[in-house]
Design a protein around this ligand. Structure first.
Ligand code: AMP
Length: 214
């Protein structure tokens, strides 16, 4: 089974992808995590993408596809895409690539949250520096301030979750990623989920939605 999670930055894609990949035995593919990892290791790819990420802009499609193909060439598990595709061009490239491998996307899930909630969600997001668990300081805080419940490591605020970058990312979503909804809506595999519910309730809805899939 191959699944795509779509939605605004801050709609809960990362949180849900972690739960779903564990429950369904899928390989979680977050292009944002891949880029941040390369950035952290200061690799040439990391240096190449740094400017785009810190400005809240998209990494060029060609580079995104090259990185994905090289990372996934030997992966045999079903894939759960989080933060990819982000443009119609990436969706078309994914279709072509999957087509050449005899694979298909089984479900596209749009995590629907109002645009007016996105900036506050991103501003309140904290990520564990150890295990990557995602918190919200208002709706889902850790038991001890700034310390991960799961692994005890400190939490951090992502550089691109700063107010000036958040506004740009919302605009980039509206301009470049939102058109993907129309691209997939007509495909027969498109589902909408209410992303404004509590994370556990959203996860329950998604598992129920996917349980009928092969
Ligand atoms: P995310 O963690 O998904 O919010 O991604 C963080 C940043 O990485 C984005 O704001 C983009 O700069 C870059 N990025 C992640 N995925 C993609 C993608 N599929 N296409 C282009 N840029 C991406």
């Amino acid at each position: 089974m191959n699944i795509i999670l779509l939605g605004y930055p801050g709609s809960g894609k990362g949180t849900q992808a972690k739960v779903l990949s564990r429950k369904l035995g899928l390989f979680h593919v977050s292009t944002g995590d891949i880029f941040r990892e390369e950035l952290g290791r200061k690799t040439p790819l990391g240096e190449e993408v740094a400017g785009y990420i810190s400005a809240g802009r998209l990494v060029p499609d060609k580079l995104v596809m090259e990185v994905l193909k090289s990372r996934l060439s030997t992966e045999t598990r079903g894939l759960l895409f989080d933060g990819f595709p982000r443009t119609v061009e990436q969706a078309e490239a994914l279709d072509a690539w999957f087509g050449s491998r005899g694979q298909a996307i089984d479900a596209v899930i749009f995590l629907d949250v109002p645009e007016s909630d996105v900036a506050s969600r991103l501003g309140a997001r904290r990520t564990c520096t150890g295990c990557g668990k995602i918190y919200n300081t208002i709706t889902n805080p850790p038991a001890k301030e700034n310390v991960c419940d799961a692994c005890g490591k400190p939490l951090m605020t992502r550089d691109d979750d700063k107010p000036e970058v958040i506004a740009r990312r919302i605009q980039v979503y509206n301009d470049q990623t939102e058109p993907l909804l129309a691209y997939y809506r007509s495909s027969g595999i498109f589902h909408r989920a209410d992303g404004s519910k509590a994370p556990d309730a959203v996860a329950e809805e998604l598992v129920a939605m996917l349980s009928g899939k092969p």
